[in-house]
Design a protein around this ligand. Structure first.
Ligand code: HEC
Length: 268
């Protein structure tokens, strides 16, 4: 479907150039509109595709400005209207009139109406932010914590590092793996049942992009912490503040970083 638009643009160009020789402003106009439409639709070869709304706006603007252009001189405007006059008035155009006015145009209008009212089964698009902005402060079981600049206190305790990761592993397999996956890839047993799906922790574009404080906030607050204005937040991510202690949350965070080989983003 993509490749058809440059061809449409070329057809428009040919129509508009040939109509200059035939001195027919009407077909020049039609050719130019087809050319512009074809070019706008093929814009995605060199940049992100233009939204349909923008294309509609451009087309409306170009139709009006070319009508103004062709109607400035009386002679040109007369020549511009001539094909339409001839189609509806001349006797030798009877057959063409029948086809265009009574078959093609009604069919086209019918198609446009059909396309407009036809139900679509695409899922509604919602601009869902995957990593919403955390608040600068949060409340954890009644204790106020500054999320900004918050660091994992267990990281300083290097002597017990392995023990903490081991604890985190237990917590993970007791609380998280059926959603976030045995392999921390977001493909847990029940993951498919949710929309949005549980996020993976593997890969460089996941928790590797986040500071631990953000992860702490997400694990502690789950769906409850998500901003109300960001679309349908039907997230199944539980609020682990209700089930885990502060230390346990840090331990499980340490485990998900360690076992995926990801490093948390630092504040520097
Ligand atoms: C019932 C399923 C479920 C369970 C259990 C669950 N999560 Fe989630 N989690 C989700 C879903 C769904 C998302 C993605 C939607 C969202 O952001 O809320 C998510 C998102 C996250 C995020 C945000 C990741 C990011 O890249 O922004 C983190 C961190 C997280 N979960 C950690 C955990 C940890 C740790 C546990 C266990 C203590 C856990 N989750 C248990 C469903 C679950």
């Amino acid at each position: 479907m993509q490749k058809i638009y440059p061809i449409i643009a070329i057809i428009g160009l040919v129509i508009s150039i040939s109509s200059v020789f035939k001195k027919s402003p009407f077909f020049n106009f039609v050719g130019l509109q087809i050319l512009i439409y074809g070019l706008l639709k093929s814009a995605d070869y060199i940049m992100p595709a233009l939204p349909a709304q923008v294309i509609l706006m451009y087309m409306a603007m170009s139709v009006f400005s070319f009508i103004i252009y062709f109607s400035i001189q009386e002679e040109t405007f007369k020549a511009f209207l001539e094909p339409m006059r001839s189609l509806f008035a001349d006797d030798n155009k009877k057959f063409l009139r029948l086809i265009i006015a009574f078959i093609a145009l009604p069919l086209f209008a019918g198609y446009l109406t059909y396309a407009k009212v036809k139900p679509t089964y695409d899922p509604p698009v919602s601009a869902r932010i995957v990593h919403p902005e955390p608040p600068s402060q949060m409340d954890f079981k009644g204790k106020t914590m500054n999320v900004l600049g918050l660091e994992n206190p267990l990281r300083k305790d290097t002597a017990n590092f392995a023990k903490n990761v081991e604890e985190g592993k237990k917590i993970y397999y007791q609380n998280c793996f059926f959603c976030h996956g045995d392999d921390l890839d977001g493909k847990g047993h029940i993951a498919d049942a949710f929309n949005p799906v549980p996020l993976p922790f593997r890969g460089t574009d996941t928790i590797a992009q986040l500071p631990e404080s953000f992860v702490f906030w997400r694990v502690a607050k789950g769906w409850r912490g998500l901003p109300a204005g960001s679309g349908p937040w039907n997230s199944s991510m539980p609020s682990f503040e209700d089930f885990l202690t502060e230390e346990e949350v840090w331990q499980v965070i340490m485990f998900i970083y360690e076992s995926t080989g990801n490093k948390p983003r630092s504040w520097e």
